[in-house]
Design a protein around this ligand. Structure first.
Ligand code: ZN
Length: 145
């Protein structure tokens, strides 16, 4: 027997589906406040971008520094144990990122990568500088096209 009402269940399902992480939500909220409207986790696009700004033909990836190896970032360290496993895993992530970037570019999308440390760093303070930067990239691309 189904003990949950339909509404309650769909409410719960929607909560499970929207599995945005804290930094991701912070980024989305800030973009929304600037008047941007977007889709999230679009499965139809290569790499399933975190944020899709259809109107601006722009996608945003929010990358974890460790998993996507943010060059020169302190969070992009190599674990001392199981080193080969991690190096292989992260290398294949980076390769996949490159392929997705290429595919999206060919399809005419502008791709912006935001690193988690950029948000982590500013999270407790203010995302304004980061959002300014992202907004500028979005608008510059928009004006060029
Ligand atoms: Zn980083």
């Amino acid at each position: 027997m189904d003990i949950w009402s339909k509404e309650k269940r769909s409410e719960c399902m929607s909560k499970i589906r929207s599995k945005g992480t804290k930094p991701e939500l912070a980024l989305r909220k800030s973009l929304f406040a600037r008047g941007f409207r977007y889709r999230v986790n679009d499965k139809n696009l290569p790499g399933k971008p975190d944020i899709v700004l259809l109107k601006y033909k722009t996608v945003i990836f929010l990358h974890g520094c460790f998993w996507h190896r943010h060059e020169g970032c302190k969070y992009a360290y190599t674990p001392k144990t199981n080193t080969k496993f991690w190096v292989d895993k992260i290398t294949s992530n980076v390769e996949r990122d490159k392929v997705n970037l290429q595919k999206l570019t060919v399809l005419g999308w502008n791709v912006i990568t935001v690193w988690e440390c950029e948000i982590r760093h500013e999270y407790k303070h203010d995302l304004t500088p980061l959002i300014d930067k992202v907004t500028k990239i979005i608008c510059d691309n928009h004006l060029e096209n």
